[in-house]
Write a protein that binds this ligand. Structure first.
Ligand SMILES: C[S@@+](CC[C@H](N)C(=O)[O-])C[C@H]1O[C@@H](n2cnc3c(N)ncnc32)[C@H](O)[C@@H]1O
Length: 230
């Protein structure tokens, strides 16, 4: 979380969010704040509720995890307001996305160009996800995989793994981070070949290094190319 996000939450009169995320900020929610928490899949309802409350001149905060502009609520709130043709002031407050939080835990694997790809095919067709995976793998981007797999959705990660191995060395460094910068954080250092042999769930991101990424003193580093004159 950024300081600005914390300040906004502390000044909110109404807080709206997915119940799991609301729980994560419970400690900093002030007394007397109206809290509306809902389930996954009710994002449009939450956006509409936020607009309705804001139209009553209340200071409303809509919560996402990480950064609300990365697979988060920022887009749906702006779209809902535009569709309803209402003019409430909306500010998108930046947060710390899982990619950079996880990268910090692993060291500095994303210092060069990188791509962020969600493996969730609920809102994006698999054909498009596959095209993006191939493009990123072929172009030697560092790659961060979001929404990697859940109990009922294991196929996309297995398919992504196969695709990545078509373009990249099996020894490519991979970091798996669960609960990055949260309680219960767990980081695993492995290779592209072996990455499926570890616990991977919906609170996890996978950071796949580029061809230059290496491990030094327990951390992953992707060099930018600086010249160390020894
Ligand atoms: C719907 S996306 C939301 C991303 C979020 N807006 C962000 O900027 O990090 C949910 C996915 O983000 C990843 N994620 C979010 N927070 C995480 C964390 N603290 N540690 C590891 N992965 C996380 C997981 O891959 C999860 O399945």
């Amino acid at each position: 979380m950024t300081l600005k996000a914390k300040q906004e939450i502390e000044q909110a009169e109404v807080i709206i969010g997915y119940k799991t995320y609301v729980k994560l900020i419970q400690k900093i929610i002030k007394k007397d704040v109206e809290v509306f928490s809902g389930n996954m899949g009710q994002e449009v309802d939450r956006a509409k509720k936020a607009i309705q409350e804001a139209l009553e001149n209340k200071q409303v905060v809509v919560i996402s995890s990480g950064d609300s502009g990365v697979y988060g609520m920022a887009g749906v709130v702006l779209e809902a307001a535009a569709r309803q043709k209402v003019k409430v002031p909306i500010e998108v407050v930046p947060g710390v996305t899982a990619a950079t939080a996880a990268a910090a835990t692993l060291g500095a694997p994303l210092v060069g160009d990188f791509a962020v790809i969600s493996l969730s095919d609920i809102l994006t067709p698999w054909s498009l996800i596959e095209r993006r995976l191939r493009a990123a793998a072929e172009s030697d981007f560092g790659i961060v995989l979001y929404n990697p797999q859940s109990k009922g959705r294991k196929k996309p990660l297995a398919q992504a793994h196969k695709i990545l191995l078509e373009y990249r060395d099996p020894k490519t460094h991979v970091g798996i981070v669960k609960n990055a910068k949260r309680q219960g954080e767990k980081a695993t250092f492995t290779s592209l070949k072996n990455m499926l042999n570890f616990e991977i769930d919906m609170t996890t991101v996978l950071v796949i290094g580029n061809s230059k990424t290496y491990k030094v003193n327990g951390s992953l580093v992707t060099p930018r190319g600086y010249n160390f004159k020894e």
